[in-house]
Design a protein around this ligand. Structure first.
Ligand code: GRF
Length: 202
């Protein structure tokens, strides 16, 4: 089987990128990561990619209208013949045209059990709400922020005395587990976006 060509979009340290890279080393894994793009110059994740021999690009967003930034990302993805895009700690919101163009071929990870706690400062929101359980979600990216159909979720407990650091570390362990699983499902065609829903064939 030809491996799907994957690009990972990052803004930060890239621990999910590292987990995805590690997973692609598994024999028979149906995808390979061929490109990492950061909107933040010097993001730690760029070094993660370089050390793994993966091509990197920086596409700064500063001063660019959203559509122009999206167009640059889109051009880089097309030039690299990308099949699937994984957003991993990518802190920019795309315009509707970009989201539609890549619909079904672009995934995002979010550190909560969506639809609970979308947006930013997620662990702060979780702790402030006093809920006993949180987790993470890999979903198809759609034009509506953090509202695309779920591919996989994992739960973790919120424990007494938790801080943003302890909670995010617990959630991150699960992120690193489910993102490679979700990418595998999509790359194998076992989950696809159909009529605005995630259709499973597993
Ligand atoms: C993760 O918690 C991800 O869910 C969130 O930002 C964080 C990125 O971490 N959107 P990393 O850059 O993958 O280490």
């Amino acid at each position: 089987m030809t491996k799907k060509r994957v690009a990972v979009l990052i803004s930060g340290r890239g621990s999910n990128l590292a987990a995805l890279i590690e997973a692609t080393k598994t024999p028979g894994y149906p995808a390979e990561i061929v490109l990492a793009i950061s909107n933040v110059p010097g993001a730690g994740g760029l070094e993660v990619a370089r050390l793994a021999g993966i091509a990197t690009q920086t596409v700064p967003h500063k001063g660019l209208p959203r559509e122009m930034f999206d167009a640059r990302i889109d051009a880089a993805l097309r030039a690299a013949n990308i099949d699937i895009v994984c957003e991993a700690g990518f802190m920019r919101i795309h315009g509707e045209a970009f989201a539609r163009a890549w619909q079904g071929r672009i995934l995002n990870i979010h550190p909560s059990l969506l639809p609970a706690f979308p947006g930013t400062h997620v662990h702060e929101q979780v702790l402030a709400a006093g809920v006993k359980e949180t987790g993470c979600t890999v979903h198809f990216l759609t034009p509506e922020l953090d509202a695309g159909p779920t591919i996989l979720q994992a739960k973790v407990p919120v424990l007494p005395g938790d801080t943003v650091d302890t909670l995010s570390a617990r959630v991150l362990v699960e992120e690193h587990r489910i993102y490679p699983e979700a990418l595998r499902l999509v790359a194998e065609g076992k989950v696809r976006l159909a009529d605005g829903r995630a259709a499973f064939d597993v």
